[in-house]
Design a protein around this ligand. Structure first.
Ligand SMILES: Cc1cc2nc3c(=O)[nH]c(=O)nc-3n(C[C@H](O)[C@H](O)[C@H](O)COP(=O)(O)OP(=O)(O)OC[C@H]3O[C@@H](n4cnc5c(N)ncnc54)[C@H](O)[C@@H]3O)c2cc1C
Length: 390
């Protein structure tokens, strides 16, 4: 009887365990997790409510994976958002759609998502071992070393996650295991992380605490717009946060990596009304429109730094913020970097260096935007890794 061992009990590992057993019912399937609970990071997602997927099609998922999205095409075709929604529905954990297509458990309880995985694994007789930290792997002899024992495996699925929020258990140790097998691991950088600015209005806390729904934020480099993002934004004591800033962090970090010291982002506080539409209004009508559509504190600040209506409109539509760095790895939601996808078969998730080893989830070098996209990719790659494990 074959034995499949999965290392890491996040969404990728749990789905890999379920899919292994569904597709290979005769195999023994073991899930090893270093913590005493499963899905510690998953429970934090979506503000603690567990944002398991987004109700979109596969192309939209890929459009929300700024790095190496095409690698995920086959996996998403096998187990994309609609199959994920179906999986939770069929297992009595219906999901509900919130803003920006984000899907959450209807019960509003993250624990229901984890319980669903646990129930399905119980039903399928997947054996879960907690407090089981895999310290080392001897790939030649197919032996893994835990704290006080060694185990032989036929097939191994490594789903140890990225290197952020290390207290959740994903601290980057999986990269070392992959390197031991000979895999290339690209530079580990933060992704989906708030942005720091030293601009005076940030330092003076003039606009601190203001939050905006669906503003437009553009990242500008050499006078060219390299990305345009429409989402929510928060101005904080250190700079910019909220989904728009998190998404922008990917390009900002890439530019910092190219030795840029300062990246300019431009905020359009009123994306639904064009520059022209504002320009043709009388001064009184313009002020009424701005009063009705942007926070008073922002408006009075913008008035204080502009001397005429044209300049005021320009600041409303193209407010520049200088970004000097991000808040770094410690608070990043996601890891940019990981195992080179070129060394993994995208149809099976098997390592091209060892047919007995597969990888799934954030350990692979792709990174998606928050909003359910990372978890969708973790579940899709986990499903495929399990399906083709043997
Ligand atoms: C605060 C926060 C909010 C987020 N919000 C969202 C969101 O809204 N939408 C979204 O799409 N994504 C979000 N993410 C990202 C998302 O949670 C991750 O991309 C996803 O959990 C990755 O899944 P994974 O299974 O690959 O890895 P993980 O969830 O990191 O799981 C890896 C597991 O492996 C275990 N492990 C590691 N090494 C070993 C070892 N050697 N032996 C045994 N076990 C080991 C760890 O303990 C961990 O349980 C958020 C992340 C954070 C931190």
């Amino acid at each position: 009887m074959s034995e499949i061992i999965i290392i890491g009990g996040g969404p990728a590992g749990m789905m890999a365990a379920i899919s292994s057993k569904l597709h290979h019912p005769d195999a023994k399937v073991y899930l090893l997790e270093r913590n005493d609970v499963l899905g510690k990071k998953l429970r934090l997602t979506g503000g603690g409510l567990c944002n398991v997927t987004a109700n979109v099609d596969i192309e939209t998922v890929i459009a929300n994976v700024p790095k190496n999205g095409r690698f995920l095409y086959s996996a998403l075709n096998e187990f994309g958002p609609q199959k994920i929604i179906q999986f939770f529905n069929e297992n009595k954990c219906p999901l509900i759609e919130e803003d920006h297509f984000r899907m959450f458990p209807k019960s509003n309880k993250a624990s229901d998502i984890i319980d669903t995985f646990l129930n399905v694994m119980n039903k399928l007789k997947v054996k879960v071992f907690y407090q089981s930290f895999v310290q080392d792997i001897d790939f030649n002899n197919r032996i893994i070393t835990l704290q006080n024992k060694t185990i032989k495996y036929d097939t191994l699925i490594i789903a140890t996650g990225g290197a952020t929020y290390t207290h959740t258990g994903s601290d980057g140790n999986g990269y070392e295991l992959a390197k031991k097998l000979g895999h290339q691991v690209s530079k580990i950088l933060p992704a989906e992380v708030p942005l720091v600015s030293n601009d005076k209005f940030i330092q003076d806390k003039t606009l601190m605490g203001l939050s905006f729904k669906d503003i437009n934020l553009k990242i500008v480099h050499n006078n060219k717009i390299i990305r345009s993002i429409t989402h929510d934004l928060v101005i904080t004591h250190f700079g910019l946060s909220g989904p728009a800033a998190l998404r922008a962090s990917y390009d900002c970090i890439n530019l910092f990596e190219q030795q840029e010291k300062n990246v300019i982002v431009k905020i359009d506080f009123l994306p639904k009304i064009s520059h022209l539409e504002l320009s043709i209004l009388s001064k009184d009508d313009l002020l009424i429109t701005l009063n009705n559509n942007i926070p008073k504190r922002l408006l009075s600040y913008l008035k204080s730094i502009t001397s005429n209506t044209l300049d005021l409109i320009e600041k409303v539509k193209n407010f520049p913020v200088n970004i000097t760095q991000t808040r770094g790895m410690k608070v990043a939601f996601v890891t940019n970097g990981g195992i080179n996808p070129k060394e993994i078969n995208p149809k099976t998730m098997k390592s091209k260096l060892d047919v007995n080893v597969s990888f799934c989830g954030e350990i692979i070098d792709y990174n998606a935007y928050t909003g359910g996209y990372n978890i969708t990719c973790a579940l899709a790659t986990g499903y495929v890794a399990g399906k083709y494990a043997l």
